[in-house]
Design a protein around this ligand. Structure first.
Ligand code: C2E
Ligand code: CA
Ligand code: CA
Length: 627
């Protein structure tokens, strides 16, 4: 091996017989190099250290070059020539920077800008070799390192890292692929994986009629409230905890793998929606028991942001035997059942039945109609008087002025006529329209109330009661809205009473905080439908209410049932001891009015006194009852 010099290019060549062309080493020449073995084998004794080094560089499976500071190639081994040739625009290898100009122009600049007297200019810079038809198998990715030897010389190392880079790429692809099928927050399978899993279950069922599976669609009840009151990062913590409880309860460990033994999978669809797929043939009652287990596990208290939270979930169950034949449609069925579970109060599981489709469609229609109703002003408010019950039997027939009026919303549907609130309040709550609806009622009623005061003087109602929904109380802006409405209408806050149900008032810390804020703004609160919720007389003192409204279900039994009379009387006493007054709701007869009055109820409301009335009719009612 010698170091030949030709046109300023030193080429590491094997044996004195090979001479470089007058144009330097051409690509063809370099590629024509023979394997080293057996062609030139100098005896061990005759090989000088220098020769051995040359031999080593010649054989090196890596491209080695010496270049000048301007890139002129001074020495090059065959591997370099082979690797670099596909990059050379004219098939010659005189100057490394020229060779690399098209693919990696930065090398020239890097060398110019490298100020140290010696050292590593760059290490393992990757460059892609453009595909060439010239060479049979051009390397696709090269790695180039430059080492500055002194002011005028650099060493370059070039290697083919195609395989390595392919391996890296496929690893990256795999990771990306996995990431695309994984939910980032919980590291559970995401919608894509869940659908694929269901799809496989469906294919298996097609092949094997005995194979059934079930999908459980899990949605947190009132999750928005957590996000709204504690912030999204607390919400995320809760979701992560829900995910790990799901995995634990289902005894699933490997959340990264979409495939599980026994055909079991748990994943997150997004938001607060999770899915469990149970693929082993099990009976419907087994699946129901699994759902019960999940309901229990997920309703244990959560500790987030230094607070203890209570959360429940609603579960929709669908069995592959009764569901649609597409994964998306099956999930849709499961979600319809979940919505039904929510509608029945949440914290429960409901199994999908095909008839639910029609009901869901009906509700969707109702939702659409309701949106339009708000825009088209099809909603209106009626007012039901609340009267004072006199101290003696014949006095219950008054003072006949209305102690209060309760505002009740109505919907004049263009086709169905007047729709009662029971049919649309729930829909409005579910689809987020309750805010707009509630604002409409409060605003309308406050203005009406102020107008009556101006119009009727002493005959005007003294208090306005307006019903509140859960969603309104979790809305951060609600307190400000109430204050604004009172101010704009010119109403005294003390004249407004907001009615909440027991279950709502007793609910959680954030609702209670809103209630306290409302109370602090000068209005009062009433506990609606008392007796139908979960809280009892013993917890009445914890609620910031001024009035307790005894539910119609008690009042309607008061005449014939001693048991109900006892309950009413106890309520009246406890309320009185807490400085709260009581209203008997749904009084329909003289006998009922008489009984509730004798039990100590101060006020009564019901068809016996008056049905809810339009504003004009209420004025007539007030005038005709003026004693
Ligand atoms: P509620 O707050 O308990 O209202 C009393 C309901 O009982 C009213 O039904 C009223 O018409 C009815 N009622 C009154 N006296 C009698 C009676 O002697 N016998 C019978 N059978 N019923 C009587 P309505 O107006 O259909 O309202 C039903 C529920 O809808 C209300 O129950 C309330 O929870 C809700 N609601 C009504 N308006 C609104 C509103 O503006 N916002 C909200 N969030 N909920 C409302
Ligand atoms: Ca009410
Ligand atoms: Ca009520």
């Amino acid at each position: 091996m010698t170091k030949n010099r030709c046109n300023g290019v030193a080429v590491l060549r094997r044996g004195p017989e090979s001479s470089p062309t007058s144009h330097g080493l051409t690509g063809d020449e370099a590629l024509r190099e023979q394997p080293v073995e057996g062609v030139h084998k100098p005896s061990a004794d005759s090989v000088s250290a220098n020769e051995a080094l040359m031999e080593f560089l010649y054989r090196a499976p890596i491209g080695l070059l010496q270049i000048s500071a301007l890139g002129a190639i001074e020495m090059i081994n065959p591997m370099s020539a082979r690797l670099l040739m596909p990059l050379s625009p004219d098939g010659s290898l005189f100057n490394l920077f020229d060779v690399l100009e098209a693919t990696a122009p930065q090398f020239r600049r890097m060398v110019q800008e490298y100020r140290e007297p010696s050292g590593s200019v760059c290490e393992a810079v990757r460059l892609k070799v453009p595909p060439s038809s010239k060479a049979n198998l051009p390397p696709q990715v090269l790695s180039v390192s430059l080492l500055k030897l002194d002011e005028n010389h650099l060493m370059a190392m070039v290697s083919d890292v195609t395989l390595e880079s392919q391996r890296e790429q496929s690893l990256l692809d795999k990771k990306l692929g996995e990431a695309a099928r994984l939910d980032k927050l919980t590291m559970m399978p995401n919608r894509t994986s869940i659908c694929e899993f269901i799809e496989r279950g469906m294919q298996r069922q097609d092949r094997d009629q005995c194979h059934h599976f079930s999908v459980l669609f899990i949605n947190c009840d009132r999750f928005k409230q957590i996000n709204d009151s504690l912030g999204h990062s607390a919400g995320d913590e809760v979701l992560a905890e829900v995910a790990s409880r799901l995995m634990r309860t289902m005894r699933l460990r490997d959340s990264h793998n979409g495939q599980y033994e026994n055909g079991l999978m748990a994943g997150r669809l997004g938001g607060d929606e999770f899915v469990v797929v149970i693929g082993e043939p099990q009976s419907e009652s087994d699946i129901f028991l699994v759902a019960e287990r999940l309901l229990r596990a997920l309703s244990e208290p959560y500790r987030v942001a230094d607070q203890q939270l209570h959360l429940s979930v609603s579960i929709g169950i669908v069995h592959s035997t009764t569901s649609s034949a597409q994964p998306d449609a099956m999930l849709q069925d499961a979600s319809i059942a979940m919505v039904e579970a929510k509608r029945r109060g949440g914290a429960r599981s409901v199994t999908f039945e095909p008839s639910m489709h029609e009901r869901a469609a009906g509700r969707a229609q109702m939702e659409n109609d309701l949106r339009r109703a708000i825009v088209n002003q099809e909603l209106f408010v009626v007012y039901q008087p609340v009267v004072m019950l006199g101290p003696t039997v014949d006095q219950w027939s008054f003072p006949r002025h209305a102690a209060a009026v309760e505002a009740l919303v109505r919907w004049r549907h263009p086709v169905r006529g007047v729709v009662p609130p029971a049919e649309f309040i729930g829909v409005a709550e579910e689809c987020g329209l309750i805010g707009a609806l509630g604002e409409f009622v409060l605003d309308t009623a406050c203005r009406q109330f102020v107008a009556w005061k101006a119009q009727l003087g002493r005959l005007a109602p003294r208090l306005l009661a307006v019903n509140l929904s859960r969603a309104q109380l979790s809305d951060q802006e609600f307190v400000a809205f109430v204050s604004r409405t009172l101010r704009d209408s010119g109403m005294d806050p003390a004249e407004l009473q907001l009615e909440v149900t027991e279950s709502l008032a007793a609910q959680d810390e954030s609702v209670q905080a809103t209630l306290r804020q409302l109370k602090a703004s000068g209005l009062s609160l009433a506990l609606d439908d008392f007796g139908t919720g979960y809280s009892s007389l013993s917890s009445l003192h914890q609620l910031p209410v001024a009035t307790v409204k005894i539910d119609r279900s008690f009042v309607s039994q008061a005449v014939q049932s001693a048991h109900h009379r006892v309950l009413i009387e106890a309520t009246v006493r406890v309320a009185a001891s807490l400085n709260m007054n009581t209203v008997a709701e749904g009084v329909e007869s003289e006998a009922q009015a008489s009984v509730v009055r004798s039990l100590g109820c101060e006020k009564g409301q019901g068809y016996f006194f008056s049905k809810p009335l339009l504003p004009e009719s209420l004025v007539d009612w007030l005038k005709s009852n003026d004693s």
